[in-house]
Write a protein that binds this ligand. Structure first.
Ligand code: SF4
Length: 382
């Protein structure tokens, strides 16, 4: 039996947050058609899994899943339960925006089996929320987290964004402190980034907005980690923090390179040796599904690709990379190939190697991508 996950992409948002490069549409004109195609895809992709694979996590992401009404969500969940073997204790995470949540909607989510909420709070500063073109204000965020707890949700995570050019260090520290006082057991915090082809990029090009500054982003990250540690929370992945042991099962499975199936426009899947990605266009997705054509492209991962993924995802987590397993699985002896680099990073306080496990320190996490990219440079003798 293999434990696996399913990701469902709901590609609609009420407003376009200016920094966002995910696939979504602010027009809902294709919504019914996409949901109908999704039903068909749920059935047609059932052979992605082996008969004894069991789904231990389902993740509704987007876009904005909370634009779904109770009936639409129920239809999707029923189809999943019909086509796949779902574990009795499955984690079902549902991303939502604060302005979509009411007590009755939250109660419906709970009744339908959603047991983990991921709420896009991003900031408690209304000027920053407006600046990012978010669809809600701070009061709605605070209110909906309390409502979710009152309805009985015990697994609640919120997203925050740091590194906003006009966000001062002190205000960011207050934001984190305030977040940790809410009835949540998990926090995801991301540095603002300037992604190509976003409204943010265009505004920066027109000199109307400032781009994020690396130094500010690093200062915010360090302050965040200091508060997290002081409060006794766990920092278990570069951008993810929780009260002891309350990891996201779904995302942890990604980082452990487990198998997952992505359904809906732009969703990605991973078989262990192949990646699939669905077409990132709602109309095209509908056409392909209606024509019973494959709605995804795929890529076979070479051994080198798999080593790179294994190292990058492992390094970003508190569990690090198991060097023996890496050597055993892929014949990649990091310690002997990269002795000089490892010694240097260890003396800089970026990494530790203990009992065959290579992990990044808090300061090393800032350099996770750099360290991984150095380790990707496979030596000639490999
Ligand atoms: S709600 Fe989420 S997916 Fe939609 S535009 Fe904003 S950040 Fe992007």
């Amino acid at each position: 039996m293999i434990l696996a996950g399913i990701y469902i992409h709901i590609p609609f948002c009420k407003k376009a947050c200016f920094y966002c490069d995910f696939h979504f549409d602010v027009s809902f004109k294709h919504k019914d058609a996409v949901l109908s195609s999704l039903q068909k895809e749920i059935t047609s992709r059932a052979n992605f899994f082996n008969p004894d694979d069991v789904i231990e996590s389902i993740y509704f992401g987007g876009g904005t899943p909370s634009v779904l009404n109770k009936h639409e969500l129920s239809t999707i969940l029923n189809a999943l339960h019909t086509q796949y073997t779902i574990a009795p204790n499955v984690e079902i995470t549902f991303e939502c925006n604060p302005d979509d949540l009411s007590s009755s909607y939250l109660a419906d989510l709970k009744l339908l089996g959603v047991n983990r909420l991921s709420i896009g709070v991003q900031s408690f500063n209304n000027d920053h929320l407006k600046w990012m073109n978010r669809s809600h204000d701070s009061a709605q965020s605070l209110q909906c987290v309390d409502m979710a707890a009152s309805v009985g949700f015990t697994d609640i995570t919120i997203d925050l964004i740091y590194g906003i050019p006009s966000l001062g260090l002190h205000e960011w520290q207050e934001t984190v402190e305030r977040a940790l006082e809410l009835p949540i057991n998990h926090l995801s915090a991301y540095g603002l980034t300037l992604e190509p082809n976003t409204p943010y990029q265009r505004l920066v090009d027109q000199k109307k907005y400032h781009s994020p500054q690396d130094e500010k982003t690093s200062d915010h990250f360090e302050a965040l980690v200091a508060i997290i540690n002081a409060k006794g929370w766990e920092h278990y992945e570069v951008s993810n923090f929780c009260k002891t042991g309350n990891y996201s099962r779904h995302n942890t499975a990604y980082w452990q390179n487990k198998k997952y199936l992505g359904l809906g426009p732009s969703a990605h899947s991973f078989t262990g040796t192949e990646r699939h990605w669905n077409v990132s266009n709602n109309a095209e997705y509908n056409l392909k599904i209606a024509a019973v054509e494959q709605a995804f492209e795929s890529e076979f991962l070479s051994v080198e690709d798999r080593i790179n993924e294994y190292v990058l995802t492992g390094l970003r987590t508190k569990w690090g990379v198991n060097l023996e397993e890496l050597n055993h699985k892929y014949g990649h002896p990091i310690v002997s190939l990269f002795a000089n680099e490892l010694n240097e990073w260890e003396s800089q306080g970026w990494i530790t190697i203990s009992q065959g496990q290579l992990t990044l320190t808090s300061s090393g996490l800032l350099f996770a991508d750099y360290i991984a990219s150095e380790l990707f440079k496979l030596k000639d003798e490999f």
